[in-house]
Design a protein. Sequence first.
Length: 371
Amino acid sequence: MSRPMTARASMLTADAISRTAYARFLPEDCLPETTVAASIVADMFQYLDARGISSSVAARECGIALTWPPDSDARVGGAAMERLWDYVVHATRDPLIGLHLAESYNPGALDILGYVVLNCSTVGDVLDRLSRYVHVLNDGLHVELVRTGATAYCRATFVTSRDNYLLRRSREAIDSLWGGLARELRRLPVRPVRAAAVWLRLPQPSAADAAEYERVLGVPVHFGASEDRFIFASADLDEPIVSANPALLQAFEKHADDVLSRITRAGTPTRRVMEVVASRMKGTVPTLTEVARELAMSDRNLQRALRSDGTSYVKVVDELRKDLALSHLSTPGTSAGQVGFLLGFSEPSAFHRAFRRWTGQGPGAFMKRVG
């Protein structure tokens, strides 16, 4: 981050949550809580200080302590984050604080994800990386990019297998997410991209608040929707990014993968399944039964655990294949045929169809772009 924190905030010491919390054993009836990157909290503190509201008082009232600059591995627990949002809403008297923070946040608040998206080649790549690395910012949040013909959308859902404050209070996080996405899609591409529509589960607000949502998001908003969506034309996914740099992207993605690995070290069910499948995927895809056996679980319990993570075995395998395909095809000397075989596709055409579904282009076009 470029803006210095004020003296009040810089005096904060200690950390909000132990970085080794994930390695601790927890009894079955004690769910670990979700966490948020300290960089996001630090940006909120700067926002408060800039408006004459003491960040040190906010931190003390909410039970949060941060060093300055924030440790790159520091996380803030979900319960403290929930208290902070409540405090900020009342201190600023602004129920739309999530939207307004999104308008003014420092790009450094995005941590390593900010550097990743800055170096992506297209809008589609940006949204793919957002879905992959959003846990770096908030590990209670899922973001999925869905392609549906002429339109595409990002869908936000919440982790249910942990103590997740977003299941109790999600408004500010969703407002910040969609507000930040609207800002970046206007700023990063060669041609600014605007949403075609935005859906919010939030009930219909006052006319003044609805107008403010439209101002910030740049499009009419459908309130009381079945889920939270950011919708745009599929053609927009191909818009190039001004600052694209494939070499830097590869380096930053490696860093992001390392951060994500540390965050999930204890291993959610999804993470453990991915590790087993990756180790066994050498020309064939292991069955759910084989994976369950290695994890000492029944098929039914494994399926239930994955559902609690908001996913399924089929989705986990598909996502892993996608990540491995992108990684392998970015390595000089590899071929689409080799990669398709390695990932267990029965024939080259099946791999080509899957790759086009994942990225909107064939393997050959992808290799030319990153080569």
